[in-house]
Design a protein around this ligand. Structure first.
Ligand SMILES: [Zn+2]
Length: 255
């Protein structure tokens, strides 16, 4: 029995998704063999991690620092009331294992930084980035491109969200799309939990698609949603030759 073979119990649990003809048992084995990193397991990342645990991803590498706060509970669905004041990562691991005790979880009580990002990315096949701030997202994007790992970028604000998928060296990276840290982006902002959950579910869908090879991922496309109006806009995005992360054009010589 190879590592990716399914047990009878797993066949029973994942039966209804294996009925999808392009997923099937082969796709389920790919999910079981895959490791996915979720950066910040908050409003968006909790839903990504929960859906990926339900789908039977073999290993989740999760990074999020700090203790559960009352203000987390409107959206961070892996945190529970009785865990207020205790480490978020303990609550996250407990809830995921309650759902699916078969998956391996590596819980890191740190947020992504320039210091830890290379080591974290080296532990996974694919990343779903749900960090709220651009310095963290830029560090993740740079490392994903460097280590050639697909990266799904999910972000939201109030009742708006956007999502794109980066296939390094093939599709535009985050820095091709956002060359600079947007000056208006803030650490704390209005969040309706269901909006975070919507883009989180989409992030999990993209991860399953890239791992199993089904469908068309959002590479080269940025989906912007205004859920107040239920308006969805698909934007074509292109690689930039002068991108400081994945560009092919050498920087101009400084005299
Ligand atoms: Zn780029």
């Amino acid at each position: 029995m190879t590592e990716a073979d399914l047990t009878d119990e797993e066949r029973a649990i994942y039966e209804w998704q294996m009925w999808m003809p392009d997923l099937g048992e082969e796709g389920q084995r790919k999910l079981k063999s895959a490791s996915v990193m979720v950066s910040r397991v908050g409003g968006v990342g909790s839903v990504v991690a929960y859906e990926l645990a339900a789908a039977g991803i073999g290993k989740l590498v999760l990074a999020h620092a700090g203790n559960v706060k009352p203000s987390d509970l409107n959206r961070q669905l892996l945190m529970t009331h009785e865990w207020i004041g205790k480490p978020r990562m303990e609550s996250i691991q407990r809830r995921l294992h309650d759902l699916n005790p078969r998956i391996e979880i590596v819980g890191v009580e740190e947020n992504v930084s320039e210091e830890n990002v290379a080591q974290l990315v080296s532990q996974c096949d694919l990343i779903v980035d749900c960090a709220p701030l651009f310095p963290e997202r830029f560090a993740m994007n740079r490392q994903a491109v460097l280590q050639n790992k697909p990266l799904i970028e999910c972000a939201m604000y109030e009742m708006e969200a956007h999502i794109t998928t980066v296939i390094p060296h093939q599709s535009p990276c985050l820095q091709c799309i956002f060359p600079e840290d947007p000056p208006t982006w803030k650490r704390e902002f209005p969040v309706l939990g269901a909006i975070a959950g919507t883009v989180g579910c989409m992030g999990a869908v993209e991860a399953v698609k890239v791992i199993t090879g089904i469908g068309d991922p959002l590479s080269g496309r940025l989906l912007r949603m205004d859920l107040r109006k239920m308006s969805f806009q698909m934007m074509k995005v292109s690689r930039r030759a002068d991108c400081t992360v994945c560009g092919t054009q050498k920087p101009a010589h400084q005299p």
